[in-house]
Design a binder for this molecule. Structure first.
Ligand SMILES: [Zn+2]
Length: 146
């Protein structure tokens, strides 16, 4: 993860005055949410899907707060200067982080996709199990030995 945005660009953003989150900061919150709750499903806008069945939980509350931040940041950047929004929406489809040119993939993400493609669709579950060994929830269809 390398930040390549030149600091000189920030001069143009000084108009808003109010301290508000940039799309990048919102994205960091989203990433944090996803890793904290092990959420991997995202909707078309790159936002974590609604935590169905988890109403009134901490995760649900965080999701709501995050959703409001997300919408606010998107409206703000989408209305006037479309660059931030476009970058966000056309981020890398694998990790959802901003990427240049928009819509392409990072080298490391492309490598991951290439590996999974080589191993086949079922490898995703095995990779998940290898990556998160503490996450003991059995995959659907797996029989637990007693
Ligand atoms: Zn990526």
């Amino acid at each position: 993860m390398t930040k390549v945005a030149p600091p000189s660009k920030f001069k143009e953003m000084a108009k808003t005055g109010r301290p508000s989150l940039t799309p990048e900061q919102v994205q960091e919150r989203i990433d944090a949410y996803c890793s904290r709750y092990e959420v991997s499903e995202l909707n078309d806008a790159g936002f974590p899907i609604f935590p169905a069945g988890l109403r009134e939980t901490q995760q649900h509350r965080e999701w709501i707060a995050l959703y409001q931040l997300f919408n606010r940041a998107r409206k703000r950047s989408g209305g006037t200067m479309g660059d931030g929004a476009a970058t966000r929406l056309e981020g890398c489809p694998v990790c959802l982080r901003p990427v240049r040119p928009p819509g392409s993939r990072h080298d490391e993400c492309e490598t991951a996709v290439g590996l999974i493609r080589k191993l086949g669709p079922e490898s995703v579950d095995r990779i998940r199990a290898a990556a998160f060994p503490d996450h003991g929830r059995p995959v659907v269809g797996t029989k637990r030995r007693v």
